[in-house]
Design a protein around this ligand. Structure first.
Ligand code: ATP
Ligand code: MG
Length: 306
């Protein structure tokens, strides 16, 4: 199967409010797809529909070839899901949690021991088997939650901000595991606010206000969305300079990053014109996904205002 996920105009409304708006998504089997976007963009809602936990208001979708509406039970049986708030049993110890989830997924008794050992090794929790969950560090908790989500060896794994609240070191270790799972053929969909994690995804789906703004590899997004030359400017009152800069015909985008301005020029030879206009020296910089997102979000606003 080429696509583990395919949706057509998938939509979810809550009353009059549209949380996910006509989503058309295709996710290749065995890839890591990152869901990015600001708070409230619709990432969790989209994920919950794909998991069969939340019914779509309109549109359609297939996960692992099964129809979201008609076959949600078949989908649920084949997926792993880790929600924004890890669903572990705090009073139970590490082993008991894994055993509980093994039971939940009806893993045959004769296989349980092996699977649990596999998970302990994957999560590097060896020696902590008897520790109650509430005594674990956030990083250990997170890897245990992942172990519980994948003990059934799901073909597709949904991780909703799995790394919020854990240390950078744990986050990197966690992402190594994710990439390994994908290398073994699982499809992984992971939402994140961390740009370093987004960079490690095969494809990124950018969400804003319920809409999918773009989907591509990190490099393609940077090349396509930020075609031209991106420069950084340090100027007094950067906020006050934005509209002036945006009215220049050689400026494609302009956004604020802390105290600095990022300006996308049409071409390299526009550097001198920019310097003359602003009275400061622009420094060419390597674009980040943050720049991509800022540019995309702004373009969308323009389209919607027209
Ligand atoms: N059960 C619900 N009832 C009403 N509104 C909801 C419900 N679930 C989500 N929403 C709304 O839908 C929008 C999208 O929410 P969602 O949780 O999908 O965003 P998100 O991209 O996951 O955000 P975050 O990055 O904060 O997790 C938000 O405005 C949210 O308030
Ligand atoms: Mg969310």
């Amino acid at each position: 199967m080429e696509f583990a996920v395919a949706t057509e105009e998938l939509t979810r409304k809550f009353g009059d409010f549209t949380a996910v708006d006509r989503l058309n998504l295709q996710i290749e089997t065995g890839s890591v797809c990152g869901f990015l976007g600001p708070n409230g963009a619709g990432k969790s809602t989209a994920m919950r529909m794909l998991c069969g936990i939340l019914e779509p208001s309109s549109g359609s979708g297939q996960v692992l070839g099964f129809d979201l509406r008609r076959s949600s039970e078949q989908i649920k049986a084949r997926l792993g899901y880790m929600s924004q708030k890890f669903s572990l049993y705090d009073e139970l110890n590490v082993l008991e949690n894994l055993d509980f989830f093994a039971g939940l997924y009806s893993i045959p008794a004769r296989e349980r021991k092996t699977r649990i050992e596999e998970m302990l090794e994957m999560a590097e929790l060896g020696g902590l088997e008897a520790e109650p969950v509430f005594t674990l560090s956030p990083g250990h908790k997170q890897r245990l939650a992942l172990g519980c989500a994948i003990i059934s060896r799901p073909s597709i794994l949904f991780l909703d901000e799995p790394t919020s609240g854990v240390s950078p070191k744990s986050r990197r270790a966690f992402f190594n595991i994710i990439q390994e799972l994908a290398a073994q053929g699982s499809t992984v969909i992971v939402s994140t606010h961390f740009m370093d994690e987004a960079e490690r995804c095969d494809k990124i789906a950018f969400f804003n206000q319920g809409r999918l703004l773009a989907m591509d590899s990190p490099d393609q997004l940077k090349n396509q969305v930020l075609e031209g030359l991106l420069v950084e400017l340090e100027v007094p009152d950067p906020m006050g300079k934005i509209s002036g800069l945006q009215s220049l015909d050689f400026v494609k985008e302009c956004s604020i990053h802390g105290l600095l301005l990022h300006v996308l020029l049409k071409k390299e030879s526009d550097l001198a014109s920019l310097e003359a206009f602003i009275g400061a020296v622009p420094q060419p910089i390597t674009p980040t996904l943050e720049d991509v997102f800022m540019a995309l979000a702004k373009r969308k606003e323009q389209v919607m205002a027209e």
